[in-house]
Design a protein. Structure first.
Length: 255
């Protein structure tokens, strides 16, 4: 499938695109905010799916579907909407859905990026290898992995995964299951609490540490102090590190 790029002009010119434009009243002129929506139905990739956003939340959910369905909601001024693109690219069996900015150095010498909310539904057995955004929350559920997730400013929530990769939030809480890992894995936040549920099939050498906060364990047997813990999970194996600078860490064993 060829690369596709979403711009406001292209959407308005295309009669086949599912598009709705809703006016918002913020102010007059170029500061008026508009919301545009589009739905794309994409071929399921052979190997994996990745979703990359800039400014806005991302939801990726497994579902009973024979396609990758992408719901796009863009909000901004005319200049921001024109400068903000959403592309879907198939490359070597991998599908990447990605927000981009075509307006120069955004926010300084050009328009800022529009806010883009992405909701992606895909077959539940499809590997989703990466989901990320700069500003916004991320929710991932019921997909194959290992899934890596990163956010700069926002919360990370995940559920019903079969494997997890590296997870990172700079400013935001993290709540994830850790069913299994493949290779050394880092779950981290700089400013935010971490809640993790360890799966019964997990084999790892676990290290847990918080700088300002406490560590609590529920059904997990580790050597621990108030702010750190370590030990072997299952048969041991790859290193699993869970750490935050400012926040509590809570670990529990799944039933």
């Amino acid at each position: 499938m060829a690369d596709r790029s979403l711009t406001r002009r292209a959407m308005l010119a295309s009669g086949g695109t599912v598009l709705a434009a809703l006016g918002g009243c913020v102010a007059s002129g170029d500061t008026q905010s508009t919301t545009e929506t589009e739905t794309r139905r994409l071929d399921v990739p052979e190997t994996a799916l990745a979703v990359e956003n800039i400014d806005g939340p991302v939801t990726v959910e497994g579902a009973e579907t024979d396609a990758v369905v992408v719901e796009i909601t863009k909000t901004g001024t005319d200049a921001e909407l024109d400068a903000t693109t959403v592309t879907d690219t198939h490359d070597d069996g991998r599908l990447t859905v990605e927000t981009g900015h075509d307006g120069g150095l955004f926010g300084i010498f050009g328009p800022s990026v529009a806010t883009v909310a992405l909701t992606v539904r895909c077959p539940s057995d499809l590997v989703v290898d990466h989901v990320g955004t700069t500003n916004g929350d991320v929710h991932v559920s019921t997909v194959a992995g290992p899934v890596s997730i990163d956010v700069t400013n926002g919360r990370i929530d995940a559920a019903a995964l079969d494997s997890i990769g590296d997870v990172s939030s700079t400013n935001g809480a993290v709540d994830v299951p850790i069913p299994t890992i493949e290779g050394d894995t880092l779950i981290e936040s700089t400013n935010g609490a971490i809640e993790a549920t360890l799966g019964p099939d997990l084999d790892a050498d676990l290290t847990v540490e918080t700088t300002t906060g406490s560590v609590s364990l529920d059904g997990v047997s580790l050597t621990s102090t108030d702010d750190e813990a370590s030990g072997t999970i299952g048969a041991g194996g790859d290193d699993l590190t869970i750490e935050t600078t400012n926040g509590d860490i809570s670990l529990s064993a799944s039933e």
